[in-house]
Design a protein around this ligand. Structure first.
Ligand code: ADP
Length: 199
């Protein structure tokens, strides 16, 4: 089937969209344990970007796991497929001219490497929200750690499933010593040069 697909040559390119929107498009990928602060920080970063006229969209567990990926579990294979589909969706959004923010645990290095391959290295900014499992468990925002300790949730990252920390993230945020505001400022400062068209 694949062999019979011939791409149509559309006249509006990614570059045309970037010119029209007056900024580059790329993916800001937040990885870290559940409760580490990914969505909290991504949400504020998006508001800051939106305020200055950047076209953005945030992908997270709520809009992905309930929709396009509602057939997937938390088994290692399904986690890999979850991330692959998200990367493909993000890739379309980058092509559409958006700055995409994505907040997913994404515990496997090979999966994060696959995102980089799908969206291309130059479009991938890896933000490691580095919060200890002890602190995440203390926060227990969604009550998941309690359920995991009680054996009600299997495959809980940090408890009964591994988290492979990024070795060389573009940005590392230690939420136990850095406020949300400081983290957001650091991220916005990092991506500001990437937004401008010349780079
Ligand atoms: P995740 O999206 O990684 O699962 P959330 O953003 O939903 O995590 O939850 C993180 C929790 O930690 C929130 O309740 C947030 O208010 C709290 N928190 C405390 N300090 C920080 C910080 N410096 N950065 C981000 N979140 C923090």
């Amino acid at each position: 089937m694949k062999d019979h697909i011939t791409p149509h040559s559309y006249q509006i390119s990614n570059q045309d969209r970037n010119e029209a929107y007056k900024h580059n498009s790329f993916l800001l990928w937040f990885t870290g344990l559940s409760g580490s602060g990914k969505s909290t920080i991504a949400n504020v970063v998006e508001q800051e970007l939106f305020k200055i006229g950047i076209k953005t969209y945030t992908l997270d567990g709520d809009n992905i796991r309930k929709g396009i990926n509602n057939d997937l579990t938390f088994s290692p294979e399904d986690r890999t497929e979850n991330i692959r589909r998200i990367a493909e969706v993000a890739n379309l959004m980058i092509d559409a001219g958006l700055v995409v923010l994505a907040a997913f645990v994404s515990p496997y290095k090979k999966d994060r490497q696959n995102i980089r391959t799908i969206v291309k290295d130059v479009n991938f900014v890896e933000v490691f929200i580095n919060t200890s499992v002890e602190e995440c468990e203390r926060r227990d925002v969604k009550g998941l750690y309690k359920k995991a300790r009680a054996g009600e949730i299997k495959n809980m990252t940090g408890i009964s499933a591994p988290y492979e920390a990024p070795e060389n993230p573009d940005i590392e945020i230690k939420t136990e010593v850095e406020t949300v505001e400081d983290a957001v400022k650091r991220i916005v400062d990092y991506i500001t040069p990437k937004l401008s068209r010349q780079l």
